[in-house]
Design a protein around this ligand. Sequence first.
Ligand code: NOJ
Length: 542
Amino acid sequence: MTSPQPTDADWWRQAVVYQIYPRSFADSDGDGVGDLQGILSRVPYLIDLGIDAVWLSPFYPSALADGGYDVDDYRNVDPRLGTLDDFGQLVEALHAANIKLIVDIVPNHTSDRHVWFQEALEAQPGTPARDRYIFRDGEGDQPPSDWDSIFGGSAWAQTPDGQWYLHLFAAEQPDLNWAHPEVRDDFLTTLRFWSDRGVDGFRVDVAHALVKDLTEPFKSKTELPRMSESNGVHPLFDRDEVHEIYRDWRKVLNEYDPPRSAVAEAFVPAARRARYASADGLGQAFNFDLLQANWDYAKFRRVIEENLALADQNGSSSTWVFSNHDVVRHATRYGLPNDPTGGWQDGKAWLLSNGTEPTVDVELGLRRARAAIMLMLALPGSAYLYQGEELGLQEVGELPAANLQDPAYFRSKGAEKGRDGCRVPIPWTVGGLSFGFGTGGSHLLQPKWFGQYSVEAQDGVAESTLSLYRKALAVRRGLQTANELTWNDGVDWVLHFTRPGGWQSITNFGEAPVELPDAAVVLSSSPLEGAKLPADTTAWLI
Ligand code: NOJ
């Protein structure tokens, strides 16, 4: 397939999307925080990497109570990160390089500094200004229900006048009331605002939480259905009515040529995911199933089959992701000892235990991560990559407590380490004050070992992980077509399939080398042993 053209309405279906966490990518002004001009200066790197699109995590004005997912103003740029003019320059540079741009939109909650929430606090209980959020009276000095916030502690915070407001995440992230017409209208304005500025698509944060059934009396948390069995009846998540909102959004997204794309972050059972990915809704939804699967042949096979079938059913395309800004980097997860969950604990993928730190087998983790990415890039559908994974970067487990920023750490009173370890600014050079990130240090402390993972250390080195990603993306670009995949069954621990054009991908999850099929090898994630595929290795053949 040739690279997607700007007028191609389906560009997202087989795209490789590279997630940039703006504050940790490149810092142009030496304040220790990454910014838009920093990203702009690295566009040549993105071109060399061979991606189709960039997904920018929030760059909006924010007090950073949750890494920017607490938005003060949805239609502006955080002054520490730049200006709307810088944003325009970035769009222009990416488009000139035929790279699309997706931005994050955070509709479930604003920040507590948002003008609406400030108005709500100044207003009296029961006044219209409070209706844009979810304010309730408590029971004496107790909150209206015993619900927990996803980051720990109560999901309700009390205002000085005694009322409580709901926040599914941090207290600085009050949940919006999506029954309010002004809330609905304002997000349509925001979609248009960024679409008018050339944005090609949106990543929709907690897309499954917007509509809530707040009929009282509230059920206790012990009576709430498990998410895996919620089936549209949970009061807080994945209610069928949420799709009315996305049907309105789709109409706006379709006002543009090409229509703007959208991908839902919706933690719902696989069978309910299709609703978010429907053509009259957002169009695509993340599937975190591979991310949650340990390095295990049977799980990978089941997840791939299930998701390809689901995507076919609703005319969408699958999404695949191993790492993002919320989870322990997969090069580290795959090196954790005897971890039956691959680093995914109780549905919270970002946790490394805060007690006895597990020893990570870095070599094994990287070897498997390289095999995994080649497997993923050979699958039909779009592949979402997270900055630094192309360097084989490991999670930073040793951040000192005083440097941690994640509300999950604070709200759990330190019981959970949080997600900062995957958000440390990435290393560009072998040495220097912040390994080339900027000239003024780094807001999350980079460890000494970062230099060996830097772009400088890997650029032009044939066996480096960066070279592997560049080669794999170039080969994929020439071969990736529609959704077809044929399984080649053989040994139980070998995942082998063929794509149109005779492109084969074969991964050995077992311990012993296996025979390779009789075809030309175009790329392998680790050196082959003669005509054999070693353990924890993927090869592509034609
Ligand atoms: C999901 C985002 O990926 C995460 O980083 C954030 O903390 C929550 N949504 C709340 O916005």
